[in-house]
Ligand binder design. Sequence first.
Ligand code: PDD
Length: 278
Amino acid sequence: AEVYLNGRFMPLGDAKIPVLDRGFLFGDGVYEVIPAYHRKPLRLHAHLDRLERSLAGIRLANPLSRADWEGVILHLLRSHEAANQAIYLQITRGAPAVRDHRFPQRTQPTVFAMTKTLAPRDPRISEQGVAAVLREDTRWQRCDIKSISLVAAVLLRQEAADAEAEEALLVREGWVVEGSTSNLFVVRDGILSTPPTGPELLSGITRELVMELAACESLPLIEQPVSVEDCRAADELWICSSTRELLPVTRLDGVAVGQGLVGPLWHRLNAAYQACKA
Ligand code: PDD
């Protein structure tokens, strides 16, 4: 498998960046993760559109054209042994000669891309679901930007892992906005809800896809704020992301969600999601 760095393809071990890179010093950059099935990216344009918005959010020009991004991605997908892969793209504000918070006068961004095998989902998940915990959201005010400054998300995801949970669901002023690395859906009395997009959460591409699939299945879905109470009283709770697809959450803070079983609506939407990958 090859990786891409600043215009060239090379083995991962040959990809090196200067220690003054602003990604390393400041977390001054953005990223994308795109799933690919049978070497075909899922929703590529939606991901590249979001990358554009993330770059604009940190005032960095897109270093590559749409056609160039597509070329890089297809090259990487072909160079990798696995058919199902997760593509990772990262752009930082480059490596100027000195450490200074202010933007460098002339920016030569660092552009990096790689892919890794997208592991098949553990079959136990569709039988038992996963556990989640609620945590206070300690991240910043621009969670709509897919920033590489991820230390808050790292700490929250580790807190979930320490509690033997798959995800931490994040609470802001009583509202559950998303997971540390995923978006959130709640089913109550047959109605699906997901928090509306805004600066407090990442506009997930998988979230968008799940919303479209719900519409195809004629399931009522409302974008509305989701409270802690909505989660605790939910019949079904789901998380979703590019790498984890749609996962049923059957335990929240150690308590059963609904009956504590994987719900019927999850089975329906998961089947629809699996069909999109084929
Ligand atoms: N994370 N919210 C956050 C905070 C995320 O980090 C992610 C994805 C999502 C889901 O977005 P999407 O459906 O577009 O993947 C929501 C990626 C997978 C990651 O950081 O690896």
